[in-house]
Ligand binder design. Sequence first.
Ligand code: SAM
Length: 243
Amino acid sequence: MNTDRLSARLGAVAKYVPNGSRVADIGSDHAYLPCYLIKNEQISYAIAGEVVLGPFQSAERNVLSEGLADKISVRMGDGLAVIQPDEVDCVTIAGMGGSLIANILEQGKEKLESVQRLVLQPNINAISIRSWLIENKWELVAEEILEEDGKIYEVIVAEKGDPYNPYFPEQMERDLLFGPFLLQRKEEAFMKKWSLEQKNWQRIYEQLEVATPSVETEEKKQQLLSQLKLAEEVLSDEDSERT
Ligand code: SAM
């Protein structure tokens, strides 16, 4: 991967960045994404935010060596703290756990007033992001799932709007866990991810069955049973297509 050629994962994020937008890429590391978007004239301006010195320096080096310092501002800071109000209209956060992404959004909520689109790519725990979006009145507008180098990634795209769209109220738990758009398509990567999760949950459940009983293990077992039931429904051929 470099500033001319993104990984399939970051390519899927780039696809959802609106043309001509001003973007803040939070946790930018090498700043590959903002450099690529500027070089391809997809966006007009970017902020590359980083909280760790090494990746921040790496982002700065790449932006300088590409001669993009007038279009990409590399800033060191925690999450959305690097953005001033009204500076950007799209925020991308990729390559982290879903809980961390949700936490970054929560901590910097007030910076999102001018932002029209969020493009988020959790490595795990996308459910935390979907829950945050609903609580904060962001509408899920697209989802992607893809496999690259043996890992499966999800991309979640949201805009301000009806937070309950496109969820089915009667199966909220299922939609939050699997993703309402992804559930409709059930692509190969989706089936693979959830078959692996199902096996993992089953293994943990069996370990808890022989563990010393406690309130915590009992709660965890109930949660796993409910997840296993959902996975079984979703992965079965009989699961009917939703309209
Ligand atoms: N976004 C790039 C990608 O998807 O390839 C880099 C992903 S890298 C695994 C995650 C980066 O996020 C790291 O460089 C880390 O330092 C940064 N990071 C983690 N928490 C952050 C925070 N609260 N604010 C800014 N950056 C953060």
